[in-house]
Design a protein around this ligand. Structure first.
Ligand code: FEO
Length: 409
């Protein structure tokens, strides 16, 4: 059974974390491999006789959620339910909670969320659609609701608790994996966690990348990020040692800030031909002090595309190696490339190494796709079968051209 955490975070106002560690999930959104799992975090605040529930868990954990919730409050006493985002990993248990609550609580969300609550669950009564920036005084606390569309859906908002400088972010500030702690107090835990935040941002929100920077800029301008004391996301670690750090990380991923020297190398190799070209390219990269991070699809390996996506934002450049397969790009590279172009489309240089038996198509097709994207096409080098000494010279030259566009590692 997944582990459940029920933690009191504050005495005044009384604030609780309800977290479940979903170690059963394999594919988030039925797509992204996450053997590392994910947590769903909900929060309960008590203020002067009012009880506010912020989000819930996935429907498959509705019973566990009701049990955890009942350990800190009688569900009948919940006066307000804030729905930051209606994706069912956060709203799935809502119908069960409402039933236990006797449908007394006022539900608060965006206009878009109101529409989705109806379409997902038939919830229409007692739903208050907030306006961007609207403040609601509940007990002794002022909740300010700020819409952040496309982080992750158009329905998304966050709550800022004005008196305590707390941000409840739901997807905003979240990440994959099951951290062994609830907050960022241990630096080792944070260091291990942040790559999973990157992977989460790219796979879940990457398609809406420009909205990451715009929306974080929006709350920055409101002065909220500079003042924030605690960030309470719907997934992963709570941020209270260094609450600004999670927003800084989101902006870095959104902007694709590179790590010096990191070059992402992705290739397929059915019979070792592509691999020979790639090994030459890797050797040339290393000779110049670069650090190639390699993902290969072979008859022994098939890395998770979600992991590859997570490597793109902080890479300086990409090298893509592909064989021609049925007059097209090898299927694994084709899928990987489509996902990169959709979820991790950054202004980074790309070198293409194609290999073919009787007709070279993969390199040309990749080049066409790259030229239509934000990536910068550097060169396409096609090799017919085995890599000859002349091919080796062309590959080394292509790598040198690629790294001439990068700063010294
Ligand atoms: Fe965690 Fe967009 O749901």
């Amino acid at each position: 059974m997944p582990k459940v955490w029920i933690e009191k975070l504050l005495e005044e106002p009384e604030l609780y974390l309800l977290r479940i560690d979903d170690d059963k999930i394999r594919y988030f959104e039925a797509t992204w491999d996450i053997p590392e799992g994910i947590t769903y975090n909900a929060y309960v605040m008590k203020t002067d006789g009012n009880v506010i529930l912020f989000d819930t868990w996935k429907r498959s954990y509705a019973d566990e959620f009701l049990k955890a919730l009942s350990s800190v409050v009688d569900p009948k006493d919940i006066t307000h339910i804030v729905v930051h985002h209606t994706e069912p990993d956060h709203s799935g248990a809502l119908p069960v909670v409402l039933e236990a609550n006797g449908y007394r609580a006022k539900i608060i969300g965006t206009t878009f969320a109101k529409r989705l609550l109806n379409s997902f669950y038939g919830i229409m009564e007692n739903v208050h659609a907030i306006k961007d920036g609207e403040e609601l005084k509940i007990g002794s606390r002022t909740l300010k609701f700020i819409t952040l569309p496309w982080l992750h859906w158009p329905d998304t908002m966050i709550t800022y608790v004005v008196e305590d400088k707390i941000i409840l972010g739901c997807d905003v500030g979240g990440g994959y994996s099951i951290p062994p702690a609830i907050d960022d107090s241990n630096e080792e835990v944070v260091e291990r966690y942040l790559p999973y935040v990157t992977k989460y941002i790219v796979t879940v929100i990457g398609h809406y990348r420009k909205h990451i920077i715009q929306n974080i800029e929006k709350i920055k301008k409101l002065g909220i990020i500079d003042d924030v004391k605690i960030v309470l996301p719907g997934h992963g670690l709570i941020w209270r040692r260094n609450p600004k750090r999670i927003f800084e990380h989101y902006v870095k991923v959104g902007a694709g800030v590179p790590k010096k020297g990191k070059v992402l190398v992705i290739y397929d190799s059915m019979y070792g031909f592509v691999e020979r070209s790639i090994l030459i390219a890797v050797d040339e990269l290393k000779k110049h002090g670069f650090n190639p991070i390699i993902y290969s699809f072979t008859d022994k390996d098939a890395p998770a595309v979600s992991d590859i996506l997570g490597e793109v934002p902080d890479s300086e450049a990409l090298i893509l190696g592909a064989s021609t397969y049925e007059a097209n790009i090898h299927p694994r590279i084709r899928y990987t490339l489509y996902e990169i172009l959709d979820k991790a489309n950054y202004e980074k240089p790309v070198l293409i190494l194609g290999t073919f038996g009787w007709a070279g198509v993969a390199g040309r097709e990749i080049e066409t796709l790259i030229k239509k994207s934000m990536f910068k096409h550097v060169s396409t080098i096609e090799v017919n079968g085995r890599t000859t000494p002349e091919d080796e010279m062309r590959i080394r030259e292509g790598v040198r051209k690629l790294i001439s566009l990068l700063s010294e590692p």
